[in-house]
Design a protein. Structure first.
Length: 443
C-alpha cells in the first residue's frame, strides 16, 4: 500500500478485465450510463411461439379442408354405392350430391341393401342417360331419419329434384322402433336443420317434439338438447335463449362441419376410384332399349325367386276378418306424422320431390286376414297426403300380387322391381314423368 497526496493506491494485482461494448463508448462527465441491449422476455418468446403454432395449425386445417373439398368434387360418384358414415350421418356429401346437375339423390331404406341385378345405383353408375343415382339410406331409415338428412342440406334443396322411396311396412306399426331412428340419427344434421333460417319456427317446433322422444340421440351434447327443448317449448323467452347461444352454436357447427369434410375426404380417398368418376357429366346420354331391359329383368327375377329362401306363409285368419283392425292400426301409425313433416320441409325449402312407394305384400296380408278392400286404405291415405302438398306420386299398387317384384317377403325389391324404379327415375330426371305408360299410377 503506497500513500500519497492523491490518495491511497492499492498495489495488489487485479484480475484482468474483459473489454466490452460499454468500455469502448466514450462518456462525458455526468452523462447517464448507456442502456443495456434489449432482450426478449420469456412472455414475449412464448407469445411468438403460440402465434406461430396457431398460424401453422390454421394453414394445416385450411389445406385439409380444400383437399377434402377437391376429393368430394372429383370422386362423389365413387361414394354412390357405399354405406359409409360420412355419407349417411354427415352433410358434406349429401350437399355436394344435391348441388350437382348430373346427380339424382334417392332417399330410401333397406331396399338399397340387397345386391341384385338392375339395382338403381349400379344401373345408373356410368350415367347411361346423363345422370347418376346417389342413394342415401340403410335399413331402418324412416321418415324422421330422412327429414334430418334433408334438413342438413337446406341450402341445396331449392329447385332441386330428389326422390323419396317409401317402405309400406313402416306405416303398419303404431310406433316407430326407437333403434331405427337412433341408429340413423346425426347430431350435425339435426343441428343444421334447427339453426337454418329456411324453415319456419312451427316446423322446427313440431320436429323437435318428435326427436325428443328419442333421448339417446341427445346424449353427450348439451347444445343439441338445449336447442331441441327450446324449439319444442316455442315461447318468446325460449326464442330469446336461443338467440343468446347462437354464436356458440355457430362455432359448434363450424367445427363439426370441418370434421365432416375431413372425414368425407378420407372416406372417399380410401375407396376404389370409379373410372367414370368426374366432376360433371352431360345432361343427355344415350337412349336405352327399355323393352329389352324389361325382359332381362324379369328373367333375372325368376332366377332370384328360384334361389330365394322365402318362409312359407302361415294363414292365421280368414280373408277380410282383419280389415278393420288393419285400417285402425295404419291410421294411428306415427310414420304418417313424420312423413308429413318431411313434405312440409320440402315445401318450405322449395324442392321438387317425387314420392315412390312399393306395393304391399298381398300374400302376407291376406294370410293375416286383410283383404284387397282392406289394403286400399294405404294407397288412399298416401294419395290424399301427397296431393295436399302438390307432390307427384308413383305407387305400384298393381304389383302387390306379383311374385317376382320383390326379392323376399320384406320391402326389398328384385330386378323386376328395380326395372320399374329405374324407368320412373329416368323419366323424372328428364321431365318425362306422366308421358310414358309406366307412370300411369300418378294421381
Amino acid at each position: 500500500m503506497i500513500s500519497g497526496p492523491i490518495g491511497t493506491l492499492d498495489a495488489s494485482p487485479a484480475a484482468p478485465k474483459k473489454a466490452g461494448a460499454a468500455d469502448l463508448v466514450p462518456t462525458s462527465p455526468g452523462a447517464p450510463p448507456p442502456a443495456p441491449p434489449a432482450k426478449l422476455s420469456g412472455g414475449h418468446s412464448h407469445l411468438i411461439f403460440l402465434c406461430s403454432a396457431v398460424l401453422l395449425a390454421g394453414a394445416f386445417i385450411t389445406g385439409g379442408y380444400f383437399w377434402a373439398r377437391d376429393i368430394q368434387e372429383r370422386r362423389l360418384h365413387t361414394a354412390a354405392p357405399e354405406f359409409c358414415d360420412a355419407k349417411l350421418h354427415g352433410v358434406a356429401l349429401i350437399r355436394e350430391a344435391l348441388s350437382r346437375p348430373d346427380t339424382l339423390v334417392f332417399f330410401g331404406s333397406s331396399e338399397l341393401i340387397p345386391d341384385v341385378p338392375m339395382k338403381g345405383v349400379d344401373f345408373f353408375s356410368d350415367s347411361p342417360t346423363g345422370f347418376t343415382m346417389f342413394p342415401v339410406g340403410k335399413a331402418g331409415t324412416t321418415a324422421l331419419s330422412v327429414l334430418q338428412k334433408l334438413g342438413g342440406a337446406a341450402e341445396q334443396l331449392a329447385g332441386k329434384k330428389l326422390v323419396l322411396s317409401l317402405s309400406p311396412s313402416f306405416f303398419q306399426s303404431e310406433e316407430v322402433d326407437a333403434k331405427y331412428f337412433e341408429g340413423n340419427s346425426s347430431k350435425l344434421q339435426i343441428k343444421e336443420f334447427l339453426w337454418s333460417d329456411r324453415f319456419s319456427a312451427e316446423l322446427k317446433r313440431d320436429v323437435s317434439e318428435e326427436i325428443l322422444k328419442y333421448p339417446k340421440v341427445m346424449e353427450g351434447d348439451w347444445t343439441l338438447e338445449f336447442t331441441l327443448r327450446r324449439w319444442a317449448a316455442g315461447s318468446p323467452s325460449n326464442r330469446f335463449l336461443l338467440t343468446l347461444i347462437r354464436p356458440y352454436a355457430a362455432l359448434d357447427r363450424m367445427v363439426a362441419r370441418l370434421q365432416d369434410h375431413i372425414e368425407a375426404g378420407f372416406a372417399l380417398n380410401g375407396m376404389t376410384a370409379n373410372d367414370g368418376a368426374g366432376r360433371f357429366r352431360p345432361k343427355r346420354g344415350k337412349a336405352l332399349r327399355w323393352d329389352d331391359l324389361f325382359r332381362t329383368a324379369e328373367q333375372q327375377s325368376k332366377v332370384l325367386a328360384a334361389k330365394s329362401r322365402k318362409r312359407p306363409i302361415k294363414v292365421v285368419r280368414a280373408r277380410g276378418t282383419w280389415d278393420r283392425q288393419f285400417a285402425v292400426k295404419m291410421r294411428k301409425a306415427q310414420e304418417w306424422r313424420d312423413f308429413e313433416l318431411v313434405l312440409r320441409l320440402l315445401k318450405e325449402a322449395g324442392a321438387k320431390p317425387l314420392v315412390m312407394s312399393m306395393p304391399l305384400h298381398a300374400d302376407v296380408l291376406e294370410a293375416q286376414g286383410v283383404s284387397e278392400t282392406g289394403r286400399l286404405a294405404y294407397g288412399e291415405r298416401l294419395q290424399e297426403m301427397v296431393r295436399r302438398y302438390g307432390v307427384p306420386l308413383v305407387y305400384f299398387a298393381d304389383h302387390e300380387s306379383d311374385p317376382v317384384f320383390f326379392v323376399d317377403q320384406n320391402d326389398h325389391i328384385g330386378s323386376k322391381g328395380w326395372w320399374y324404379y329405374n324407368k320412373v327415375l329416368d323419366d323424372f330426371y328428364h321431365d318425362k314423368l306422366g308421358k310414358s305408360p309406366i307412370a300411369k299410377e300418378i294421381p
